[in-house]
Design a protein around this ligand. Sequence first.
Ligand code: MG
Length: 159
Amino acid sequence: MDIRIGNGYDVHALSPGLPMWLGGVRIPSDTGFVAHSDGDVAIHALCDALLGCLALGDIGHLFPDTSDEWKGVDSKLLLTKVVSLVQGRGYVIGNVDITIALQKPKLAPHIAAMRRVLAGILGVAEDCVSVKATTTERLGFVGRCEGCEVWASALIRRD
Ligand code: MG
């Protein structure tokens, strides 16, 4: 069995009055992410983890923020395309693990919905999708509510 792992990392700045999308879910919040796409920083990190498994570059390379094609795009569509790339090379997704650092709002009420949405796109069971959230105890740019930071890991396999 051929097993590959990858990791991804992304940051987006927060600004008042923008929609907040995280893990494919709209989060009620008075701030949202500044971005060319919908700013779903969790999905972006996850895409990079999956691309990293196969050394396929990063989403900035695949979906350039200079292109009108990707302006305001639903990041779930980007993830769908990345999953197709992985599957097109004969791999299936094993499991993924995502850690979101955000000072507010609290994400606990939304974790189950994120796992459900992401599992659907990835074509895996919900127990193969881990989403964890933490604050940074008010330290750094996350703690000052200036942005959100996300790390993701992915494992894929070819039987
Ligand atoms: Mg991004």
